[in-house]
Design a protein around this ligand. Structure first.
Ligand code: FES
Length: 310
């Protein structure tokens, strides 16, 4: 859909808040907390967490961190977008939704990873859910700090150094009521720390929800293989090469648009193997089902083989 930019505000540490609305001011499709807005910015398509309220919305707000060495999408959003511009936007998609049956929602946010947490906190406030949030950021770079404090109140704890965050993280993970679900969004290192700490304390995988940043921050990954079951070919996927690139090098044409794991165009069925999903397109449920993956960003662990019916 085409939406008009109604507000552009530069906030802490290189973060720009951009708000979109329908040209006629009409209500927009609602969305669940943690949803992404897929925005086409120049030649790039990127996904951004929606930070505004998802119930009967008349606008969508996103916060974009300027990433100098990224794919150019964030620079475009910072340098080229002005109030009144009409931008191509797809309806928000859920990829990091709250667990319906959770007794409590525990959030860990790192840096700009606070953005999906803000929409979770808004919904939690609206529905009276029990929350706790730990937010770590670099001093002077605290996006949405007022929202976090306002929405979570005394259940918010703020950190400007990783050491005190890590100490508190271990305490908090060890002291949760049964039924708590945990959500983490932030840099790869922070997510790994949170997930490893939770696993060491015996948290079941089903109560751990993470959102890694987009392809701007993706690592090169392990070497693995893809077996094409229809054509009986096996492709080697070295570190730093995507499955999509390997398929193209093999002479296959796979539809794609963003090559960032956000648009959904390159989705492929999967008939075997366990992928490491790194996209922002498939829902948690689809990722758990394990019968599809996005070859532009998703991979497998070292030495594994994914089977694709091509
Ligand atoms: S090309 Fe957009 S998700 Fe893969």
């Amino acid at each position: 859909m085409k939406l008009v930019v109604t507000s552009v505000v530069d906030t802490a540490g290189g973060v720009r808040e951009i708000t979109f609305a329908a040209p006629d001011g009409a209500e927009l499709p609602g969305f669940v907390p943690g949803s992404h807005l897929v925005v086409t910015a120049g030649e790039r398509t990127n996904a951004y967490s929606v930070t505004s309220d998802g119930v009967a919305p008349t606008h969508y707000s996103i916060s974009v961190l300027r990433v100098a060495e990224g794919n150019g999408g964030s620079r475009w959003m910072h340098d080229r977008v002005s109030i009144g511009d009409v931008i191509d936007v797809e309806s928000p998609r859920s990829a990091f939704a709250p667990a319906a049956r959770a007794g409590k929602h525990l959030f860990f946010a790192g840096g700009i990873g606070v953005t999906p947490i803000v929409s979770h906190l808004r919904a939690a406030r609206r529905w009276g859910r029990d929350v706790q949030v730990l937010y770590v950021f670099r001093e002077g770079h605290a996006a949405h700090i007022d929202d976090v404090v306002d929405l979570a109140g005394r259940d918010a704890e703020l950190f400007i150094d990783r050491e005190s965050f890590a100490i508190r993280l271990a305490q908090v993970l060890a002291d949760q009521p049964v039924g708590t679900h945990m959500y983490a969004c932030g840099p790869v290192g922070m997510i790994d720390t949170v997930v490893e700490s939770a696993a060491a304390l015996g948290w079941p995988q089903s109560r751990i929800h993470v959102e890694r940043f987009g392809a701007d921050a993706l690592e090169a990954g392990d070497r693995f293989a893809v077996r094409l079951t229809e054509s009986s070919a096996t492709l080697d996927i070295p570190s730093g090469t995507s499955v999509l690139e390997a398929l193209e090098d093999h002479g296959m044409s796979i539809p794609n648009r963003c090559r960032q794991g956000v648009c959904g165009e390159c989705r492929l069925p999967l008939s075997g193997g366990t992928p490491v999903h790194r996209d922002l397109y498939l829902t948690d449920e689809e990722k758990r089902a394990g019968d599809a993956f996005m070859p532009c960003v998703s991979r497998a662990s070292e030495g594994c083989t994914l089977e694709v019916p091509l």
